[in-house]
Design a protein around this ligand. Sequence first.
Ligand SMILES: Cc1cc2nc3c(=O)[nH]c(=O)nc-3n(C[C@H](O)[C@H](O)[C@H](O)COP(=O)(O)OP(=O)(O)OC[C@H]3O[C@@H](n4cnc5c(N)ncnc54)[C@H](O)[C@@H]3O)c2cc1C
Length: 382
Amino acid sequence: MIDFTLTDEQEALRELAHDFAEREIRPVAWHYDRDATFPREIIDRAWEVGLMNLYVPESYGGPGLGYLDGTLIEEEMSWGCSGIQTSIGCNSLAITPLLLAGSEQLRRTYLERVTQSPVLASFCITEPAAGSDVAALSTRAVRRGHGYVISGSKCFITNGGYAGFYTVFAKTDPAAGHRGISCFIVPREAGVVVDGHEDKMGQRASNTATVTFPDVEIPADHLVGAENEGFRIAMMTLDRTRPGVAAMATGIARAAFEFAVSYARERVQFGVPIASHQAIQFMIADMATEIEAARLLAWKSAVLIDQGARNTLLSSHAKRFAADIAMKVATDAVQVYGGYGFIKDYPVEKLMRDAKIMQLYEGTAQIQRIVIAREVLEGARG
Ligand SMILES: Cc1cc2nc3c(=O)[nH]c(=O)nc-3n(C[C@H](O)[C@H](O)[C@H](O)COP(=O)(O)OP(=O)(O)OC[C@H]3O[C@@H](n4cnc5c(N)ncnc54)[C@H](O)[C@@H]3O)c2cc1C
């Protein structure tokens, strides 16, 4: 039987996240966006109240939440500010490879690092010449003595400037294409170099940096899973994190929708609130339907993970649809505001800028459609 009722614990988690977003994030979000301020204190407070590292099992000091629980939290936090939530949630992306394939010793060392203090971690796959085409990455990992030497550079790395360690995908067998990629944990103190921070259109509170590994030596046991298993680990990681991105997109859309509804009730033109005009009502109606649908897809793709089922198709459905509707809803919210929507003193232009990244990171809108088409046309593959 399908039952969309949340448990008392899930309702409490949602309330905790909503209160946090309302008290800690909303009051500063537009200032942090304007000045591109990194939200270090907010991250520390989120860590203190248990809104970070959501999927780390209790045995490593984490809250051990399920993925449906995670979508509830990600939607509320992103309703507050998706840029700040991107920085808070980034650890979950970076440590998923450890949860999926890390040795017990590696898990204990690095999962306890993030649960014992608010240490940040980054997920490093993208390179200047390898974005959607992950197999084209050129960072090398060469076995030397008792370790590996990592050399190369990664771009667009969320929290890269502030991370204590990095989950890095590098070629161990360059001739083997995507079958020659391995995954490593690289502690910052091993010699990682961070170059600058991108000045972004949206999500300006999150840190996005270039991270370079100039012949960085790490112990051999910092390999996550087996050699040349990295591509599979990366794809399995994205299956697990895309429901969360879909929930974040839903949160942005909901924020834009709420602003649009209250503005439509207040703004009077032609002697009536603009909410009385059917053209505005239809925009509001479409927003409401699309937000419901995006949330349901995010939930379904997360529930499949909680059930131990393969969710590749559903996670791409959810991420693709929610990202596209976040962009549409935020753009329509600007339309509802009219000229004021274009002015920075009003809240919705930020949401339109923030929404755009949802169609880009963790697989672009086109890449999601490629995954969906492949899954539909070729059938599910293990
Ligand atoms: C703010 C921000 C944060 C990020 N955080 C991280 C992070 O923490 N870690 C990380 O590793 N990366 C991160 N990224 C990188 C992000 O995942 C990539 O930007 C994204 O995967 C797209 O790669 P690209 O930018 O190189 O675009 P490209 O791959 O060059 O794509 C350009 C365009 O071509 C399209 N395209 C490409 N290939 C195809 C195809 N086969 N068919 C049809 N269309 C195609 C794309 O959809 C896109 O529209 C981040 C990026 C940003 C902007």
